[in-house]
Design a protein around this ligand. Sequence first.
Ligand SMILES: CC(C)(COP(=O)(O)OP(=O)(O)OC[C@H]1O[C@@H](n2cnc3c(N)ncnc32)[C@H](O)[C@@H]1OP(=O)(O)O)[C@@H](O)C(=O)NCCC(=O)NCCS
Length: 437
Amino acid sequence: MAEPNEPTSQKYSVQRFPAVADKNDSAGYNRCANWVQAVSHGFHQQRRDDEYLAKTLAAYQADGRELTGVYTNGPVPEHSLGADVPVATYATMRKALNIGFGRQLESNLVTAVTVRGTHRRQGILRGMITADLESAKDDGLAMAALTASEGSIYGRFGFGVATFERSIKVDTGPRFRMKGQPEGTVEVADPSVLMDLAPQVFERVQRLSPGSADRQEYYRLLAAGSIGQDGKPDTSVRCALHYDLSGALDGYVSYRFKGWDHKPYTMEIVDLVAATNAAYLDLWRFLGSIDLIEDVTWAEAPVDDPLAWALEDPRCIEASEIRDMLWLRILDVQAALQARHYASAGRLVLEVRDPLTLAAGTWVLESDGGTAVVSEAAGQSADLSMDVSDLASIYLGAVSPVTLTAAGRIQEKSAGAAFLAGQLFAVERPAHCLTHF
Ligand SMILES: CC(C)(COP(=O)(O)OP(=O)(O)OC[C@H]1O[C@@H](n2cnc3c(N)ncnc32)[C@H](O)[C@@H]1OP(=O)(O)O)[C@@H](O)C(=O)NCCC(=O)NCCS
């Protein structure tokens, strides 16, 4: 990895290393432990104890995470954090992204981006992210992705919002009634079974859901109650499983009671993963039937939610905080466009600008209503002109090119081109990503 940009490179050095979970490798383990402590500091979380560090590093190793730390060169003042604690952190892992119609695109997932307050706004993030995106592209990846703490940071690096989520509170009192009938059964289980079962169910969701990013190890620990916010087992986590009519498992929900002091009495969804429409609705039937509970909350609900249409009274759902969720960064336009399936036929010339000059150019996209041929558009005038971040936003069909044209972000050079782009980039069901990273 390249050094961060001048003038910071004289002050800092960069180390990139794999996650080490083996305590016998004490140098490697301690370097990773310091790195995890720096991440916690950057996100204003508690100092981590040995148990948390061991569990987290084991999970990181299982994910194949690459950790980057930026360290101050030379001595640090007495009593301050040691030079072995990075002033900035950054991590990546390579996972599949469902880009519609079941197609999977290996992507560079970026996470754990922090810069210590005393070193901020000196170009450290810019140095880390520029070097990483270049190296991911050099490795042949066409896509990078992240989830963002703030909406104003990553557009300048070519990332665009590609999926959304929202928080919901569902009134499960007497007015909670769902249309239709159950198409399977729900049974309560010990959450520890999710250590094995959660990845199996999620694997089906990953194949079926546009916008889904394959999950890191942490999720099965979370769903099973094996790790809570503080790294200790979360014994309040409960779980229920959904079986289809043949008895096969096709969904689960893990959830926790918020306590008798919390009124109205509320059940909070920790993780809800359903591989079929029936499993999704039946799990909600179950959640709506839990005695003594007045509300069920979920912080990662889809914006376009079948639940609303399956309820007799859709106003049982109180939605708040529609948020950007998955941000994509196209590293190689030709490869990313070629990887997609196009349900409509059409031809578009796309001019793409890139603030980092990684992916700029003009391409012809010619779809026969299936696969597309994508080639460089030598001398042809563009139908649409846009920033690479806008192409990322329309890539999973969750943001309309017509809306981005109305916003002045996309320039439509030939009439109807934005509408055609909307048809071309449509996916088979609303894009939604259940994986935070
Ligand atoms: C966000 C953070 C990583 C930025 O690190 P940094 O080293 O200060 O950023 P840089 O100095 O490299 O800034 C690069 C550019 O981003 C801008 N920028 C950085 N942080 C920003 C923010 N929070 N909001 C808006 N712009 C921001 C800078 O102004 C700069 O712009 P320019 O190069 O176009 O002039 C750092 O402030 C941080 O750790 N924040 C808390 C944790 C966090 O939110 N991490 C992100 C997780 S997704």
